[in-house]
Design a protein around this ligand. Structure first.
Ligand SMILES: [Fe+2]
Length: 335
């Protein structure tokens, strides 16, 4: 570490009076809203010990260092836990349900309601970034589509900030990701909730949802075009095998590529009535092997953002990855 006052320690060495400088790539697992602060209460120490963080970086110039003899035991937590993730998810889910059902009858979306949900999700990202991984797990049978929309919105919000995109662009990506599956309101529930494999006909019906959603969004006055584009192209794959247009490589815009990664990650890590969710690590490993599906450069950046091990890049996809590097970086800033 270049700064000699910084020291990486195991979380079990943490004690009151230490100044936390950061959590490295594990920041997403941090139970704290702030990234740099002095550990000053037993409740904070307990939260740190019980979190999935394994190591942290402390600043010796601003607080005490580790000691092998005096590790302070936390006292019972008193209780000022920030608003729960589940409560926030329920609130946002209810709002999305209302947006989707209004769109079913009026074939347009209420932009004010959409902005309000993005505000709720943003608040969660600001106060409890670590809770995003929980959002991807907390789904109940009847609310899967709505909760999926909120979870993808949160993942995209985090990822877009990690990519250091412009604030306005982050906002548009959040709105687009919240609405990416709105076309599912036109898909029969029997198909949407079917546990068994879809027939060819059912699959064809299911695959109309990007176009159905796009029709709703382009009919909504004032909604930026990128929002419709995300909805229309979130199931495209870079090798041209996606739908609805079979776009290839650079034909798939960066916004759709970002949302596609977050969409699939949430789908894999979510429990369904008929399956358990994969762990984030297992999902990352699977996604890393699907050559031709995702933008590999963005995929690696996504795993960096989530503090997950980067997937290995198979030799046959390395050239495409190199090409995509320039493209992805260029059009990330050129929506
Ligand atoms: Fe979709």
């Amino acid at each position: 570490m270049s700064n000699s006052t910084l020291l990486q320690i195991d979380k079990n060495e943490a004690r009151l009076g230490m100044f936390i400088h950061g959590f490295g790539k594990q920041w997403l697992r941090s139970p704290f809203a702030a990234s740099q602060f002095k550990l000053s209460s037993p409740a904070e120490l307990k939260a740190l010990r019980e979190s999935s963080v394994t190591t942290l970086v402390i600043d010796l110039s601003k607080g005490v260092g580790p000691t092998s003899s005096t590790v302070e035991l936390p006292k019972p937590i008193e209780s000022s836990t920030p608003p729960g993730t589940e409560a926030t998810l329920m609130k946002a889910t209810g709002m999305v349900r209302s947006i989707f059902s209004d769109a079913a009858s009026s074939t347009r979306v209420d932009q004010q309601q959409v902005e309000a949900v993005v505000d709720v999700v943003d608040q969660l990202l600001y106060t409890r970034p670590a809770s995003v991984l929980n959002l991807t797990k907390l789904k109940t049978k009847d609310e899967i589509s709505f909760q999926h929309s909120v979870a993808v919105c949160a993942l995209v919000g985090l990822f877009a900030r990690h990519l250091k995109l412009d604030r306005n662009l982050v906002r548009l990506l959040s709105i687009g990701s919240l609405l990416h599956d709105i076309g599912k309101i036109r898909i029969p529930t029997a198909i949407l909730t079917k546990a068994d494999k879809l027939t060819a006909h059912e699959m064809a019906v299911m695959q109309t949802h990007p176009r159905e959603g796009y029709a709703i969004l382009v009919g909504t006055k004032g909604l930026p075009e990128i929002v419709g584009e995300i909805c229309l192209h979130h199931h495209e794959k870079l090798d041209g095998s996606g739908y609805p247009d079979g776009l290839k490589d650079t034909q798939v815009g960066a916004a759709a590529r970002i949302v596609a990664i977050c969409d699939v990650f949430d789908a894999l890590t979510s429990a369904r009535p008929y399956k358990k969710g994969f762990t984030p690590e297992a999902a990352a490993e699977m996604m890393g092997t699907w050559s031709g599906h995702f933008d590999r450069v963005l995929l690696k950046q996504f795993f960096d953002c989530m503090g997950l091990a980067s997937p290995s890049v198979p030799a046959q996809t390395r050239q495409m990855t190199d090409e995509m590097g320039g493209i992805a970086q260029a059009d990330l800033h050129n929506f």
